[in-house]
Design a protein around this ligand. Structure first.
Ligand SMILES: [Zn+2]
Length: 329
């Protein structure tokens, strides 16, 4: 059976690379893990592009609030950058703000670019920013990265941080996201925040780029209880290719990727796993079995050899993500 041509990747940090490290490159010319030819080869239907901001890039000797303010402006620059890429290559890639637009772009032979924000701290306590981001096309927000912010607390090896959840502002924002139709992403959240998001979110909740704690005990990964709870609400998790979340610190092995997918299926059902590569979001790998988007066929083949049916593979590759996107209306 052939690899599905409907791949949806829930997370990459390519915009961050293009903006901060690879000035002058565009989505076609870039040597990033995600580029136009790679997505073509992977059969990409939709790529989620994260506007990721790293507080430490901006904070320096300022307060976190001042740092997050700069982060907000960087996220807006990334949104502009994405719009520019779509304008540069209008025959190849187009923005998508809904399930319907993804389907239409597909019919027109175009890859869909879905905007996300990775670091809810960019709201910096300003509730009106959620609507602004929504209007600019952001359809998923990863509520925190690895720092405390106005939403709540991040994943941590410190048990006290790990049990703290959403702040009042975060609860209100998660409610508003539900009203607007913006997906709340639990990746990077503390355990306490995870459970709070699940409690206050309106629609399905997504872990855009997280693996299974049962196979790799890392605070960024999901426990079996979390997988059950997400799956019960119609949520999904995107398989992350970073070695430290798969199980081997400096290597990204396909055998481990397959094991995480199989565990997700065993625990959450076939409607649970998705793809959230985290391409362009990590460094330091000494070996990667799937080094970039153009090589996604290797993972497909490995999962097929593990005995997954074509229907299961289609769900993982994009069907499950499409189902969630459909609920946004
Ligand atoms: Zn991340």
């Amino acid at each position: 059976m052939n690899q599905s041509m409907n791949l949806i990747d829930l997370h990459c940090d390519t915009l961050y690379r293009l903006l901060r490290e690879k000035e002058g490159q565009d989505l076609k010319s870039t040597d990033c893990d995600v580029n136009l030819s790679g997505m073509r080869e992977a059969g990409t239907m939709a790529q989620f592009f994260a506007c990721f901001t790293y507080l430490k890039d901006h904070q320096k000797d300022q307060s976190p609030e001042e740092g997050y303010e700069e982060c907000f402006h960087q996220a807006l620059e990334m949104i502009d950058l994405m719009e520019k890429q779509c304008a540069l290559f209008p025959e190849e890639i187009a923005p998508a703000r809904s399930y319907e637009e993804i389907i239409k772009n597909k019919k027109d032979g175009k890859i869909s670019a879905v905007l996300t924000v990775e670091e809810g701290g960019i709201l910096n306590g300003n509730p009106e920013r959620i609507r602004l981001l929504y209007e600019k096309g952001v359809r998923l927000m990863t509520l925190m990265w690895n720092y405390e912010n106005c939403f709540g607390y991040p994943n941590s090896r410190d048990a006290q941080v790990m049990e703290q959840g959403l702040k009042d502002f975060g609860i209100e924002m998660v409610r508003q996201m539900g009203e607007l139709g913006m997906i709340a992403d639990v990746s990077h959240a503390s355990d306490g925040t995870f459970w709070d998001i699940l409690k206050y979110a309106k629609g399905p909740v997504v872990a855009s780029h997280s693996n299974c704690r049962a196979l790799c005990t890392h605070p960024r990964n999901l426990s079996d209880d979390m997988i059950h709870a997400l799956a019960d609400k119609g949520g999904i998790a995107g398989l992350n290719f970073y070695g430290a979340f798969l199980g081997t610190e400096k290597e990204s092995r396909i055998e481990e990727m397959a094991a995480h997918v199989l565990h997700m299926i065993k625990t959450g059902g076939s409607e649970f796993p998705a793809v959230g590569t985290d391409f362009d979001g990590f460094d330091g790998m000494e070996h990667m079995d799937v080094p970039n988007m153009s090589q996604m066929g290797r993972l497909w083949e490995a999962l097929r050899k593990k005995g997954l049916s074509e229907d299961q593979l289609d769900l993982i590759w994009g069907g499950n993500a499409l189902r969630v996107l459909k609920t946004l209306g």
